[in-house]
Design a binder for this molecule. Structure first.
Ligand code: GN1
Ligand code: MG
Length: 360
């Protein structure tokens, strides 16, 4: 059976309000496979869950259903989980797992943007997401991926993988040793969580710019999507991940490494939106680690891309054999540029907070 015919049969097993008219492949994410299903009345998103990454789809969907309901209660523009005709939040067919979401009309997402208002909206949408989840009990959620942002653990995994690899060492050495030299910074957020200096919270954990929806016409932020990794963690990882993706001068897989940098204007606009909502909800230590969070998450991404490259690219979707290696190099270049700019970024954060306090 061809793929689209198969998807057509699967979507009909969910509670959709009218007949599917068109199925469009959507290749934005690196993990799950997504299809946009155009119907007469409403549209939907059907996703095949990647079970190499998410070993327990049932627990994953338990989390997502709970969080979606909580978010919709706060703001009805959030994405809704569509049940199967048997009232389940996922469908299993021959060991494959599928789920369905409402498609938000007139919404769009961006892989990159130079529009500073979009970046302000992105910061604000992330801030609101974290704010809405403030009263969500962290213990209600399963850990969908163990040790997801446990950076010391990620580093250990890389070291093990590197030591077990005999070939291709030369091409990875520059990246590998850069990472090893920066161990102290890599563990900063996890150390602060463990010592109690910064709080655990329910956070998104995967805040790439393309995981935020905007209104196509107005570019106002709508909501965050891709709730697979919403778990107990630190708000700093969300902020760092958002900035490493939205404020970089190039996409994460651009191999023109000399062009990689942090765009200060993009940084400012995102921070204005984010801190406008969250500044009162972060403690002093969190604020002091905001600029570090970009470096830490860029290095974490580099560790994960490089580990996957050495492990024959089982985790991230790749378009060519060196794709993960390029991503790993791109991310250490970004981390290095942010490190150079750290002092000025900290000054900017202070003045944004002052500015926001003055306009209240
Ligand atoms: C993956 O699913 P997607 O494409 O939004 C990954 C993130 C990485 C990102 C790098 C569950 O995000 O952690 O930062 O790729 N998601 C998962 O592009 O591993
Ligand atoms: Mg994702």
């Amino acid at each position: 059976m061809n793929e689209l015919k198969k998807i057509n049969n699967i979507i009909k097993r969910f509670k959709i309000s009218s007949k599917p008219l068109e199925i469009i492949n959507n290749n934005i994410g690196l993990i799950n496979k997504s299809y946009i299903i155009k119907c007469q009345n409403e549209d939907y998103v059907l996703q095949k869950i990647n079970t190499y990454v998410f070993k327990k789809p049932k627990n994953l969907m338990f989390n997502i259903t709970l969080i979606s309901k909580h978010l919709i209660n706060k703001d009805k523009r959030n994405v809704k989980v569509i049940e199967t005709k048997e009232d389940e939040d996922y469908l299993e067919i021959n060991g494959e797992y599928y789920r369905c979401y409402s498609y938000i009309e007139d919404s769009c997402s961006y892989n990159t943007t130079d529009n500073l208002n979009i970046l302000y909206e992105f910061g604000k949408t992330l801030g609101l997401f974290q704010y809405y989840l403030k009263d969500f009990d962290t213990n209600l959620l399963y850990e969908t991926i163990n040790n997801f942002h446990n950076t010391p653990f990620r580093l250990e995994q890389l070291v093990k993988m590197y030591k077990n690899t005999d070939d291709c060492k030369k091409e990875v050495d520059e990246i590998y040793y850069y990472i090893i030299r920066n161990r102290d910074i890599i563990v900063k957020i996890v150390d602060a969580l463990n010592s109690g200096e910064i709080p655990f919270a329910v956070v998104h954990n995967d805040t790439k710019l393309n995981n935020c929806l905007f209104n196509k016409k107005t570019n106002k932020g709508i909501c965050l999507i891709d709730l697979d990794t919403v778990m107990k963690g630190s708000r700093l990882f969300d902020c760092g991940d958002a900035l490493r993706s939205c404020a970089s001068t190039v996409p994460e897989d651009d191999s023109h490494y000399d062009n990689v940098d942090l765009d200060i204007n993009k940084f400012i606009y995102f921070m204005l939106g984010f801190l406008n909502i969250m500044k009162e909800n972060l403690n002093e230590k969190e604020i002091s680690l905001l600029s570090d969070s970009i470096i830490i998450i860029a290095l974490e991404c580099s560790i994960r891309f490089l580990t996957d490259y050495l492990d024959n690219n089982k985790y991230f979707h790749i378009d060519y054999p060196e794709h993960n290696l390029v991503r790993a190099m791109n991310q250490i270049c970004l981390a290095n540029k942010v490190l150079d700019r750290k002092e000025s970024l900290d000054k900017i954060i202070k003045s944004i907070i002052k500015h926001l306090e003055n306009i209240v």
